[in-house]
Ligand binder design. Structure first.
Ligand SMILES: [Zn+2]
Length: 823
């Protein structure tokens, strides 16, 4: 009998694919009905049946997109090593190619018919599209030709002389994309052949993929006017210019043998006007002739498609299939049931790509059966609700979750299996064992005592109709606080975290693994805090932070100490570039068994006479950056977290911490995509924030921090949060946020728009920072302005942080002098 490695070599064509035998079994079982276990003897011809082409009697299955980082974040480490000059471009490309291959093979083996291609990215799929159409902003010095790593990573991360392009949230996810900058003078050209190269690469390995492109209309609508271009510049006016590039790409993909191409047009779920909808019609009419000989899927996700958009979508020329998010888009289901064009493929996204919960297979079968009557068995394709980019990679790597919780979950690899299991079930080949295990897991989640805590349920239920406001208004509070704190004008501070060194990570890792004692750990962390405190004193920063050396992640750190949360070892999700987050899983009612940060904050305060900020993550951000339970409304979970944070705030105050920052980095990203749903969300989100600090004295200063600048539309909600000081990202978006104050919004609380970009290793000069502060002073009162970086510094290195903060403090002092002499 051949060894497992030999079997794998035969089955997959390679043997170094690290799969546990159980999973190999699972995949083989899923893919081949007649051979439930790997047969003792295999030859090439019999394998074709089990792992390659799927018999036509099985309903087709499709995956919208797949995580690219790797089950153990292999891409992250390869990228960072390359950026640090520790490895070559060839090394990076090798890691990337291995990852792509393992993903393609995994899906092929699971029996997926339509396997996505070109969903891999070295940084971001929107930036890939920018490279594809050659829309490189002139400041990056690109001179034509195929875009290489130099130009690509300069756009993503900036370089010694030019800052990075702006980054913003991808719809309502925690993924960030690089915003294309376009103007009337842009000259599109086919400048990155990545899509076709990856298609050919997969094909060479025997996998026929569906290349995924961001559709032309969504791409334009996700762009912004370039520097120097009128803000009102109609981006859609570039449609005629960009479509020839798409034609070239499609032509090349067809020539390479692609039989399907997927156009992601997620903008179709947004509130669109008739002009925008018309752009879709125009674009696909123009592309129609190029589509001959290839089937085109237009994929939508993240919400319902509204009736007008639906009408437009199903009338698009040259399109063979439509993909819908049927998890978030339950209204779409009614539209499809009402009208669906005959002869077209319906890609039904029933497996949630945004969460980690196992699919309720029986419920999905019911939906699919109804759709089968509409699109027909041949044309219905089981799919994911969106790209699996937004979920964790593989539950098989979770060694620390107990089996009960694990049975409730499915990560990307398991969702692929679920999609195929559903397709099989619809084809009359239901895997009874798999389905009954699934329904048992659904039932156990509903009845588990670990999920429900009646006291917490009761406390949260009473909150809905209350207000929770501090007793005095913000200007009175600021006066009282200034008397106590005695800060200079333009006080300087940082957002919270300081660089996380290799040594620091090692200490935390060893402590977690019980390799060092409590005492050793506390000593090491104390030393680090002391180093950070001394550094800030040397730099003459006014309000200090302890640097958060004890924290792995701003949400995970709290989740680990709250009840109702579960943690993964490898449940990473890409946030931007090489950065990943490991969202906690909120599976039950949330409470705080004991103080979470008081110990470290008190130690830090004892090291300095300057005010030390207590640092907390706010309830909305904890909610938005976790995988949230789907068995109760989000606001109920949020109120539960708010009550837990409230206790922490009050304990910090009792411990003598006079400034407490409650980050709501992710408040805005939780905004529903539809405007009609904004006010309800903002109401409970802002209320949750107020719950946390309504109980403190007026002399206790409450800060909050937000990691974005698209601010204008929610400014009144931000004011309604009633924080004393707010720090916000600003420098990377051309001071967009300042425009709201130019437009006359009255803002009485303290405000610190970031004076430099921490997402880039670039060190800003004193003049540049002083310039930014002057721009702020032009629209904001001197006595409310704070000076701080855009965000926390944990992703940076000390050789960048020290000079940058030194320049920041110098700029603040320079401005203080100028203000004093102007008096
Ligand atoms: Zn931030």
């Amino acid at each position: 009998m051949p060894s497992e490695a030999e079997i794998r070599k035969i089955v997959f064509g390679f043997s170094d694919f690290k799969v546990k035998p159980k999973r190999l079994y699972l995949r083989t079982r899923r893919a081949g009905r007649s051979s439930p276990a790997p047969p003792a003897c295999l030859d090439q011809s019999s394998l074709r049946v089990t792992s390659g082409s799927i018999s036509t009697s099985i309903m087709a299955s499709h995956i919208v997109g797949y995580p690219r980082m790797g089950p153990k974040r292999e891409l992250k480490f390869a990228l960072e090593s390359f950026w640090d000059g520790k490895s070559s471009a060839e090394d990076l490309k090798k890691v990337a190619a291995d990852l792509r291959l393992s993903i393609w093979k995994q899906m092929a083996d699971a029996g997926i018919k339509y396997i996505p291609g070109n969903t891999f990215s070295y940084y971001d799929q929107v930036l890939d599209t920018t490279a594809m159409v050659g829309a490189v902003p002139p400041r990056y010095g690109w001179n034509g030709g195929e875009i290489g790593f130099d130009v690509y990573f300069s756009m993503a991360r900036g370089n010694a002389s030019v800052p990075a392009m702006e980054m913003t949230k991808w719809f309502d996810t925690n993924y960030h994309y690089i915003v294309p900058e376009l103007g009337p003078d842009v000259k599109f050209s086919y400048a990155s052949h990545k899509a076709v190269e990856e298609y050919k690469e997969a094909k060479a390995h025997g996998v026929d993929t569906v290349p995924v492109l961001i559709g032309p209309v969504s791409y334009l609508l996700l762009s912004k006017p370039a520097k120097g271009v009128e803000k009102s510049f109609p981006l859609l006016s570039l449609l005629g210019k960009i479509l020839p590039i798409y034609k070239e790409v499609v032509t090349e993909l067809k020539a390479a043998g692609a039989s399907w191409i997927q156009f992601d047009e997620p903008m179709l779920v947004m509130d669109l006007d008739s002009h925008q909808l018309q752009a879709f019609t125009e674009a696909y009419s123009t592309l129609e002739s190029t589509f001959s000989g290839v089937k085109v899927l237009v994929e939508t996700y993240f919400a319902d498609v509204l009736p007008e958009a639906y009408k437009t979508l199903i009338s698009l020329k040259g399109v063979s299939g439509y993909g819908f998010d049927l998890v978030r888009g339950t209204k779409t289901l009614d539209l499809v049931k009402g009208e669906f064009p005959s002869g077209k493929y319906l890609f039904a996204g029933v497996v949630d790509g945004r969460n980690i919960w196992a699919n309720d297979l029986a419920a999905s079968v019911t939906i699919l059966k109804a759709l089968e009557g509409i699109a027909g068995k041949e044309k219905l394709v089981v799919s994911t609700s969106c790209s699996l980019l937004h979920t964790a990679v593989d539950l098989a790597n979770e060694t620390k979750l107990d089996s009960e919780i694990k049975s409730w979950l499915a990560f990307a690899a398991q969702k692929v299996v679920e999609v195929n299991a559903l397709a099989e079930a619809l084809s009359g080949q239901k895997d009874e064992g798999f389905f009954s295990a699934n329904s048992a897991a659904q039932a156990s989640r509903k009845s588990s005592t670990r999920v429900t805590n009646e006291a917490v349920q009761k406390a949260a239920a009473g909150l809905k109709d209350s207000e929770h406001r501090r007793a005095t208004n913000v200007s009175a509070r600021l006066d009282a606080q200034q008397k106590k704190l005695n800060l200079p004008v333009l006080p300087t501070t940082t957002i919270g975290s300081f660089p996380q060194t290799i040594e620091l990570r090692k200490v935390r890792r060893e402590y977690k693994a019980n390799k060092i004692s409590d005492d050793e750990y506390v000593k090491a962390i104390k030393q680090e805090i002391n180093k950070v405190v001394k550094l800030q004193e040397d730099l003459d920063i006014d309000v200090l932070v302890h640097g958060e050396p004890e924290r792995n992640d701003m949400v995970e750190y709290f989740g680990e100490q709250l009840s109702g949360f579960a943690f993964t070892v490898n449940g990473w999700v890409q946030s931007y570039g090489s950065r990943c987050v490991k969202p906690p899983i909120i599976y039950g009612d949330v409470s705080r068994p004991k103080p979470m940060t008081v110990f470290w904050s008190s130690i830090a305060q004892s090291m300095t006479a300057r005010p030390m900020k207590g640092m907390l993550t706010g309830p909305v951000t904890i909610l938005n950056w976790s995988f949230v339970r789907n068995d109760q409304p989000r606001y109920v979970t949020c109120y539960q977290i708010a009550l837990a944070i409230k206790k922490e705030v009050e304990d910090l105050e009792k411990a003598g911490i006079n400034i407490i920052q409650i980050d709501e980095a992710a408040l805005r990203e939780g905004l529903p995509l539809r405007k009609s749903e904004h006010s309800f969300y903002l109401k409970w989100a802002v209320h949750s924030f107020r719950i946390t600090n309504c109980g403190v004295q007026e002399t206790t200063q409450i800060h909050t921090h937000m990691c974005y600048s698209h601010f204008n539309d929610i400014i009144h909600s931000i004011i309604d949060m009633d924080a004393d000081v707010i720090t916000i990202e600003n420098s990377r978006s051309d001071e967009k946020l300042l425009s709201v104050f130019r437009e006359g919004v009255k803002y009485g609380a303290g405000i610190g728009p970031g004076v430099y970009d921490i997402h880039s290793p670039r060190i800003p000069s004193t003049e540049e920072i002083a310039d930014r502060i002057k721009k702020m002073l032009a629209v904001l009162e001197t006595n409310i302005l704070w000076v701080n970086p855009d965000c926390g510094l944990k992703t940076r290195k000390y050789p960048e942080v020290k000079p940058a903060l030194k320049n920041m403090v110098a700029a603040a002092k320079q401005l203080r002098q100028e203000l004093a002499s102007a008096k």
